[in-house]
Design a protein around this ligand. Structure first.
Ligand code: GLU
Length: 389
């Protein structure tokens, strides 16, 4: 039952992008997906991804991962994921708005604030959530709780944007580093991916005294042994679109970046970047999975055999969906919380979850991933049994 999804919906969205942009283009049909994996513990919950490589198999795997994440962190949600196979860099903002709104029109029957609540993922952001809110509200009345990761002005939560990177990856990286006697202060950190998660992770780790020695985006990486200035990197990306050419750094490929000697390696990009081709060459002591499924199953075994500790995705990046839950609760209560309240609750809960998983791993003599799955699957199974699903 847990191997297959509760429901899989695919929609086609015809669009003439050139009508809504300066680009010339023909009629294109975009395919959008929503896979709702399990809702034994509450409404389906999970992000919406806009990326050219989106396909049903990927969305299925990511939907299932959301079921385990929400169960692990013990919030009353199930798991889902959606996406559109689209290269957003080829669309004007207006074309993207139309594409998003048509996706919501077609998916509306399976969405709902007590049914399925999307959120941002790769290629989507608070603006996309605002368009979704608008489209859904047209036919259902104003419903801020239909999506999370919204702009603050529309009922978004303080701290949601930086939740995954800022509080969590860095916070869990700090805890796991402590457990393997690796001081975060002066630790060298390599981060693959400089999107929302990569940026906030880098920023927070620097405040903890770590040194970011290499960073990358989809085009490639930059490296500086004495530490990259993250604010400068962000300005450079805002001006030029890419990290490439960041003053004071040398460039390298994403493949080279992953194999650099460092204390902490943080894959914060797409799936499967640490795999059979490079797992023998990884030189970090600690790998923290900021991305979803960045380490393949076989590579995970290799890393474990080589004594490298891995903080698994369902634990490392769970702060995103945790603050999504806080946002949804604030929408239900129609009462926004202060930033400090959000961060305190986030840290307290993540601290508890990390300790529970770590203690179970030690007790059983297994890795953190196995222990995290044991907790999560156990909770989902109990809910299924109790409800007589
Ligand atoms: N896309 C994020 C994830 O993969 C957040 C999902 C959410 O907040 O619902 O965890």
């Amino acid at each position: 039952m847990l191997l297959s999804a509760f429901r899989e919906t695919a929609v086609s969205i015809p669009l003439r992008p050139h009508r809504h942009s300066d680009n010339d283009g023909e009629l294109r049909t975009y395919i959008g997906y929503r896979v709702q994996h399990n809702h034994a513990r509450g409404p389906f919950k999970g992000g919406l991804r806009f990326h050219p490589s989106v396909n049903l198999g990927e969305i299925r795997a990511l939907a299932q991962l959301m079921t385990w994440k929400t169960a692990l962190v013990d919030i009353p949600f199930g798991g889902a994921k959606g996406g559109i196979a689209v290269d957003t860099t080829q669309l004007s903002a207006h074309a993207l708005e139309i594409l998003t709104k048509r996706f919501v029109q077609k998916m509306a029957p399976v969405l709902g604030m007590h049914q399925d609540i999307p959120a941002p993922d790769i290629g989507t952001n608070p603006q996309v959530m605002a368009w979704m809110l608008e489209e859904y509200s047209k036919s259902h009345g104003y419903t801020p709780g239909i999506v999370t990761g919204k702009p603050l002005e529309l009922g978004g939560s303080a701290g949601r944007l930086e939740a995954t990177g800022h509080g969590v990856v860095a916070y869990l990286a700090g805890k796991a580093a402590q457990d393997i006697h690796l001081p975060v202060k002066d630790a060298s950190v390599v981060i693959q991916g400089f999107g929302n998660v990569g940026f906030h992770t880098a920023q927070h780790l620097v405040t903890m005294g770590a040194k970011i020695t290499a960073l990358s985006d989809a085009r490639g990486g930059v490296r500086c042994e004495t530490g990259i200035d993250i604010a400068q990197a962000q300005r450079h990306v805002a001006d030029s679109g890419w990290l490439e050419g960041l003053p004071g750094t040398e460039s390298l490929s994403n493949a080279e970046l992953l194999e650099l000697p460092c204390d902490i390696l943080i894959p914060a990009a797409v799936e499967g970047t640490i795999n059979c081709d490079n797992s023998e060459a990884i030189q970090a002591r600690l790998v923290v999975e900021a991305a979803n499924i960045p380490v393949t199953h076989l590579a995970d075994t290799t890393l474990r055999e080589r004594g490298i500790t891995v903080v698994p995705d369902l634990l490392a990046n769970v702060g995103g969906v945790l603050v999504s839950y806080y946002e949804w609760v604030q929408n239900l209560q129609e009462f926004p919380w202060e930033y400090d309240t959000v961060i305190q609750r986030l840290e307290r809960r993540l601290g508890r979850v990390y300790t529970q998983v770590r203690d179970l791993a030690q007790q059983r003599g297994v890795d953190l991933r196995t222990a995290a799955y044991e907790v999560a699957i156990g909770r989902v199974n109990r809910a299924i049994d109790l409800r007589g699903f």
